[in-house]
Design a protein around this ligand. Structure first.
Ligand code: 6GU
Length: 225
């Protein structure tokens, strides 16, 4: 998969060189290119923002640097993702869907957002999604994009060595994951549940399903609706 990200803070993406994703990049399962939006300005101050028409607080990102940057990376098959608290919720199903794409572009805005015509322009030339991590506000799209890239990339075949670990985890079956334990079986007076110490796999599966349901009911009941 090819991923381009456009940002005025390319350093936010340095963490993608660490751990599994770094390995995936090294193995060419993942080709990530980060673009500095200021490279697409043509004034001495490399200006990317301006005041909003109609007034209001803060600054908006100007359209033309985005136009130049998108023209460089966007094709009709590209999914252009605008991280935004005003977008659809990013879920495991979204990560799964995006993991099957050939090319993603993350267009990371700062300040109060990007001139709407940039989204409209991208919509005319590619597939576009506005996507939010959740109901809170970040200072820009970079941290959200890094989180989404990690969630997406780990679903690409070969990125995670043990594919079984993808099917057992939280959200893969719509439930939160059951609790897990490792050795020793007694630690500081706390015991591992008895059923896990025997080898009855049917009983273990039943116990895990019950704990997953119980935990989901307690902390995320809306997931059961
Ligand atoms: Cl994707 N962007 C920003 N700026 N804030 C957010 C978000 C995204 N998701 C939740 N809050």
């Amino acid at each position: 998969m090819r991923i381009d990200a456009i940002s005025i803070f390319p350093e936010f993406f340095d963490v993608l060189d660490i751990s599994l994703l770094g390995k995936a990049k090294a193995q060419d399962l993942l080709d990530v290119k980060i673009h500095d939006l200021r490279d697409f300005t043509d004034d001495k101050h490399r200006t990317v923002d301006d005041t909003p028409f109609g007034g209001g607080a803060g600054m908006l990102m100007k359209a033309e640097p985005w136009g130049q940057a998108l023209d460089l990376v966007m094709t009709p098959e590209t999914i252009v993702i605008f991280p935004s608290p005003a977008g659809e919720l990013f879920k495991q199903a979204t990560a799964k869907e995006f993991s099957q794409a050939k090319h993603l572009v993350f267009a990371c805005g700062r300040y109060e957002g990007i001139d709407q015509r940039v989204v409209d322009y991208a919509t005319s030339n590619a597939k576009v999604r506005l996507v939010s991590l959740g109901d809170y506000v970040l200072n820009g799209g970079e941290v959200a994009a890094v989180a989404m890239i990690e969630a997406i990339a780990r679903l690409i075949p070969g990125v995670i060595g043990n594919a079984d670990s993808l099917t057992e985890e939280s959200h893969s079956d719509g439930l939160l994951e059951y609790p897990s334990y490792t050795k020793p079986s007694t630690w500081r007076g706390l015991e591992v549940p008895e059923v896990l110490l025997g080898g009855n796999h049917a009983e273990i599966a039943k116990w895990r399903k019950a704990r997953a349901l119980e935990r989901t009911q307690q902390v995320r009941p809306e997931l059961l609706d």
